[in-house]
Design a protein around this ligand. Structure first.
Ligand SMILES: *Cc1c(COP(=O)(O)O)cnc(C)c1O
Length: 368
């Protein structure tokens, strides 16, 4: 395999395919699959991921913002794209690129109807988001009548789906709460059907919902993190393959005498003679300062090298005293064995945050 001679994020499409197949194996054959590719497909490369997933047969995509959807259309994605958190200021662009908004309150619903009717469109597909306990975005259970009154006789839009989002699908201690969310969503769906006299698509599950709540798959599921290789639990992680490997290389090796310091603010003080390696990756690449000062680590020649001192913008220094290594050697920041989840835990955070933080200046290499 390719040896990293600079900082690169290698993305393995064959692993993406395995994760997709694994998730699909959890679904009834008629359940639709929406791939969540917001935030550059969780840092991976949204265009490449979406085009590949489209070929594999996913039914739908979701992004957070309108500009993310525009990028996918420009890359040639043709499947429907749900925009989870559109801003009204960009509705004209959303319509131009044939993106489908999530509408979550009266204000944005009215703004969208106005934007569509100005363009003389009819039956524009929209998705209504209902809050069932996350308390983030969404109409409330009792809002169905009001939504119906607002949509009224307009032919501008039609409600293609109604959906909700689980607050703690990965946390089995919150099973009761989650089951309550599912029941509330069913009540909303029934009520919607009574009031609107038709049944839109229903969807509620993210990755952990797919794995833990088969009774809540409804017509479609929405997966992000699972596709990229994380199952949000030790057991489920066994069934997924992280698709991305963040690699770099050793720029320089130093011998540091006892009593010397390493890096900015002299944050690391050596208590014995050490060997350090300086690597071309820093907080501007997505390795936040929180990983410094002994918390995070990288892997060099199969051995762990802790990050010492403060993380710089473009570099980190790691302790390689006990590692046989040379300038130019490859360094693994995370991969399928030493995972992003493990590294994220050293900073008390989650895989989602680490992988979405890998900045756009890190070169992406797609392996197929
Ligand atoms: C991000 C997001 C998802 C995907 O969640 P994963 O845990 O990554 O599978 C699904 N639905 C909504 C509304 C989201 O915002």
């Amino acid at each position: 395999m390719h040896k990293a001679a600079e900082t690169v994020l290698e993305i393995d499409l064959s692993k993406l395919k395995q994760n997709y197949k694994h998730l699909k194996s959890k679904l009834d054959k008629n359940t639709m699959f929406l791939a969540v590719v917001k935030a550059f497909a969780y840092g991976n490369d949204a265009d490449e991921m979406a085009l590949y997933l489209e070929r594999l047969g996913v039914d739908y995509f979701a992004v957070a913002y309108i500009n993310e959807g525009v990028a996918l259309r420009n890359a040639g994605v043709t499947k429907p794209i749900l925009v989870l958190h559109p801003q009204a200021v960009n509705f004209d662009i959303l319509i131009k690129y044939n993106l489908e908004p999530s509408l979550y309150n009266l204000k944005i619903l009215k703004e969208f109807i106005l934007a569509v009717s100005k363009k003389n469109k009819i039956n524009y597909p929209v998705h209504l988001k209902f809050n069932t306990g996350l308390n983030r975005l969404g109409f409330w259970q009792g809002d169905v009548e009001m939504v119906n009154n607002t949509i009224g006789e307009t032919k501008s839009i039609y409600v293609k789906s109604i959906f909700s989002h689980l607050a703690a699908s990965e946390d089995l201690n919150e099973k009761e709460f989650t089951k309550n969310q599912i029941e509330t969503f069913k009540t909303i769906a029934d009520n919607f059907q009574k009031v609107f006299k038709y049944k839109p698509l229903l969807h509620m599950c993210n990755t952990s919902g797919i794995l833990n709540y088969p009774e809540a798959h409804f017509d479609m599921v929405r997966s992000g993190i699972g596709l990229y290789g994380f199952g949000n639990s030790e057991v489920e992680n066994q069934n997924f393959k992280p698709i991305a490997a963040l690699k770099t290389c050793i720029s320089q090796i130093h011998k540091i005498n006892k009593g010397e310091t390493v890096g900015y603010n002299r944050a690391f003080k050596s208590e014995s003679v050490l060997k350090t390696a300086t690597l071309p990756i820093g907080h501007a690449d997505g390795i936040g300062r929180i990983y410094g000062n002994g918390k995070g680590f990288v892997t060099i020649n199969n051995q762990k090298a802790p990050i010492i001192g403060n993380v710089c913008m473009d570099m980190i220094m790691v302790d390689v005293t006990n590692i046989q290594c040379f300038e130019g050697d490859e360094v693994i920041v995370f991969d399928a064995n030493s995972t992003a989840e493990t590294l994220a835990q050293t900073a008390n955070t989650i895989s989602y945050e680490l992988i979405t933080s890998i900045s756009q200046r890190v070169k992406r290499i797609i392996l197929s």
